[in-house]
Design a protein around this ligand. Structure first.
Ligand SMILES: [Zn+2]
Ligand SMILES: [Zn+2]
Length: 502
């Protein structure tokens, strides 16, 4: 069995705090400990930087008996106990000064081999070490179930998503067909996009445009989640959707209702249109399609090893969940939205599109007042009740137009691809609102409430697998009957209908 791939994800503020102490301009060695949440995914283990404990020079970090400097036993004990109590992974950190490659010294490795098996026993958790240089990072991770592995990459999440490795990596060659856009993203940026996994929550008018753009850009993998099927009224704004996908021959309004119902059942799921759309782009993008609610466990789980999430679903429940996923698992996210206010007389109000990036440091959608508590409560009601309430008693579906969806998605994906390829020159994550009727663009700083249960100091940021996601019981794996349980139920039902005789 090979050791799983390990990466470190960390918000930019925490990274800067750690870096400022470890790599001080005095060029001397400094130390500390990074406590991390952990996320175990299909593609490896992600350590999630939660807090940095600084080792005070001369007190906690002292001249060493074997090496130049070392952390005192007291400091190590204190941090290991804290990590154990909070269920976090403890990584002891020191620096090796300037450079674009870095590795542990022989003395470092010898001390790991002497000490880490014992530290792992005391904490009952994975433990390890990090060594930083100005342009590189290396890690030696001792997993709680016995593996030892090197850190593959550190991902630092701010307005740009930066990646640091132990030494510079030779990349793949840029394909000739990527030449035009590689001139913008750079060779490294284009290669990065090809190995990036992006979650798209909602494959409606906005989400499907995101599928179209990201698969043309040559993004490696898309996770597309949407429970809905194509309807006739979607064809005006759903790229790639055909009348046949909506079974137009049966679902036309002049058909009897029961024929229409049959047609709806036979219609294609939007996520399967998404897969076809990506295939048509011919850039090798792989689509994982989930024709379910995002709160179904397999769909939610598929998001946890994404590099980025595009939130294009309009429900409060989806916003609530993705806001939590983004913070708990340190996955940058961007929400796209379009609002077309129309009053009772049919008069159109101040139409706007909104793009809201969310990073570990920038506050969350809850703090921005974007998760409506009463709508959230309503969406947690059983289906038929929900449907009755969903249109707020108006009996009308919300207006939606492809051009406005395009504005919003284009702006969001420009931000996201710039972020992933390091092209953003702003430092902060700003929310952007376009008001096309007025020719006006508003940019706002996201707000952050220090007591927020998601992004606040005692929130769930970087807690990873330590906290359960708020998946409804019937939807989470825990609440689902096993295959054996389901078979029993089916057998019991069959037995009721017709007694089984031998
Ligand atoms: Zn060292
Ligand atoms: Zn918040």
């Amino acid at each position: 069995m090979t050791a799983p791939k390990v990466s470190l994800r960390i918000g930019q503020n925490l990274w800067e705090e750690m870096r400022a102490h470890i790599l001080q301009p005095d060029n001397d060695e400094h130390g500390g400990a990074l406590l991390c949440g952990i996320s175990t995914t299909n593609s490896g283990i992600r350590l999630l930087g939660a807090k940095f404990l600084l080792a005070e020079d001369g007190v906690d970090y002292v001249p060493g008996t074997r090496g130049y400097r070392e952390l005192t036993a007291a400091f190590i004990r204190k941090t290991i106990v804290k990590a154990r109590d909070e269920g976090l992974v403890c990584l002891l950190v020191h620096g090796h000064g300037d450079g674009y490659s870095v590795a542990f010294s022989e003395t470092d490795n010898a001390s790991h081999e002497r000490g880490y098996p014992a530290l792992r026993d005391i904490s009952g958790q994975t433990v390890g070490a990090l060594v930083l240089a100005s342009g590189a990072i290396a890690g030696d991770i001792w997993h709680k179930d016995g593996f030892r592995s090197e850190l593959d990459v550190a991902v630092i999440i701010g307005a740009n998503v930066r990646r640091l490795t132990p030494s510079p990596r030779a990349g793949l060659a840029v394909r000739p067909e990527d030449d035009r856009q590689a001139k913008l993203f750079g060779e490294v940026g284009q290669q990065l996009l090809r190995t990036t996994r992006i979650g798209i929550v909602g494959a409606g008018g906005a989400g499907m445009l995101a599928v179209e753009m990201l698969s043309r850009l040559g993004v490696g993998e898309l996770v597309v989640i949407d429970p809905d099927k194509v309807e006739l009224s979607n064809l005006t704004r759903l790229p790639g959707a055909r009348p046949l996908d909506a079974c137009r021959i049966l679902t036309k309004p002049d058909r009897p209702e029961w024929i229409q119902r049959v047609g709806s059942r036979l219609s294609r799921h939007k996520v399967h249109v998404a897969r076809r759309l990506a295939r048509q782009a011919g850039q090798g993008t792989r689509v994982e399609a989930y024709p379910t609610d995002v709160r179904e466990s397999p769909a939610a789980t598929a998001l946890l090893d994404c590099d980025y999430i595009v939130l294009a679903a309009d429900s409060a429940a989806a916003r609530h969940l993705i806001n939590i996923v983004s913070h708990q698992y340190l996955i940058p996210m961007i929400q796209v939205g379009v609002k077309i206010p129309v009053d009772k007389t049919g008069a159109v109000g101040d139409v706007f599109t909104a793009v809201r990036p969310v990073t570990p440091d920038g506050g969350c959608l809850r703090c921005a007042g974007l998760i409506d508590a009463s709508r959230l409560a309503q969406e947690l009601l059983p289906d038929p009740l929900q449907r009755r309430l969903a249109d707020y008693g108006t009996g009308q579906a919300a207006p939606s137009v492809i051009t406005l969806n395009g504005m919003s998605v284009s702006e969001a994906l420009t931000y996201a691809t710039f972020s992933l390829t390091g092209l953003n020159t702003i430092d902060a994550t700003t929310h952007i609102r376009n008001h096309p009727r007025r020719g006006y663009k508003a940019v706002g700083e996201p707000s952050r409430d220090s007591s927020c249960p998601v992004c606040g100091g005692t929130g769930i940021t970087a807690r990873g697998d330590l906290k359960n996601l708020p998946l409804p019981r019937s939807m989470s794996t825990a609440g689902q009957p096993s295959i054996v349980g389901r078979m029993r139920r089916i057998l019991a039902w069959v037995a009721k209908v017709k007694p089984i005789s031998r």
